[in-house]
Design a protein around this ligand. Structure first.
Ligand code: BG6
Length: 294
């Protein structure tokens, strides 16, 4: 029983609600503000972290869910605003519906405007297609088209906040990064290497790293509950892994004492910026699947 419904999020912001699965037991919610996925539940269990202190006050980005960082990740590009502007702007709903296979989908769109051209002088058409499958998987496909007459260059990330049991227990981890090179955001972006054994990256302190050219499947283990999420990607070769820990978490007004319950695994294109010649298009895809890890 799949469905697509356009309406309002409890915050009052315009949103799209998707349902899929035989009994409609899987769901997702996407805000038009930011093209921002703010809920993904499998069998009724929420998999994303969204702060209860999040502010639903455009142009501020919502703390949690899946912010779209575009045309810049962090400060790695020409925009003055951290993570670019896509997460701060109102997108339009371009379409939505139900597929024969029982998936529900919505497509959101952002195009250049005087506001974006003041921050970044390019014509662009950005679409985000969010698909919730009958098995509960959530696919986010970000597509950028260059309709202008000059080349454009961007970095980006689908900044996915995943809900973990409690990082203070020291047993939340990510598998798939062994041997990968990373830039350590906590140490001047010095280039380092993850130990090359099969060991997972376990969170025991603030972690903020840009892993470069990672495998196309990473697996988050959320902690003692044995809940996990697989993050599969195409066209997004890098992965940012971030959890703020106590000092940074408490310093963020829209996060505060909820810091133990999030780990971000962000599908990204950072090291090698994407270059689009006039008329060219690019697509990056992230598919999230809930899985048991214990
Ligand atoms: C992560 C960065 O991607 O985003 C962190 O690596 C940053 O350094 C975090 O703190 C949150 O960013 P923001 O702008 O949403 O507070």
């Amino acid at each position: 029983m799949a469905s697509f419904e356009s309406g309002a999020h409890p915050s009052g912001l315009p949103a799209v609600a998707l349902r899929a699965g035989e009994g409609g037991q899987h769901s997702a919610c996407v805000l038009l503000h930011g093209g921002h996925v703010v809920s993904w539940a499998v069998d009724g269990v929420e998999q994303l972290f969204v702060s209860a202190k999040a502010m639903y006050a455009p142009p501020k980005a919502v703390r949690g869910g899946i912010p779209v960082c575009w045309p810049q990740f962090s400060d790695l590009g020409p925009c003055a605003t951290q993570h670019g502007f896509a997460r701060n702007l109102g997108w339009t709903l371009a379409g939505g519906g139900v597929e024969e296979e029982g998936a529900a989908w919505a497509e959101l769109r952002l195009v250049d405007s005087p506001e974006t051209r003041a921050a970044w002088p390019h014509a662009f058409a950005l679409t985000l297609r969010v698909t919730l499958s009958a098995d509960g998987a959530l696919r986010c496909a970000l597509r950028a088209l260059n309709p202008g007459d000059a080349s454009l260059t961007f970095t980006c990330a689908l900044h996915t906040y995943l809900r973990v049991d409690d990082v203070r227990a020291g047993n939340a981890s990510v598998r798939g990064l062994a041997g990968a090179a990373y830039l350590d955001n906590l140490g001047g972006r010095e280039r380092k290497a993850q130990p090359g054994d099969r060991q997972a990256l376990t969170f025991v302190a603030e972690t903020d790293r840009i892993y470069l050219s990672v495998p196309d499947a990473l697996h988050l283990h959320c902690g003692g509950s044995g809940r996990g999420v697989a993050v599969r990607t195409r066209g997004l070769p890098d992965a940012v892994v971030w959890t703020p820990w106590e000092a940074k978490g408490l310093s963020m007004a829209d996060l505060g004492d909820e810091w133990p319950f999030l780990v971000c695994v962000e599908a990204a294109a950072v090291e090698r910026p994407v270059v689009l010649q006039p008329g060219e298009a690019w697509e990056g895809v992230q598919t999230l699947t809930a899985e048991r890890t214990a």
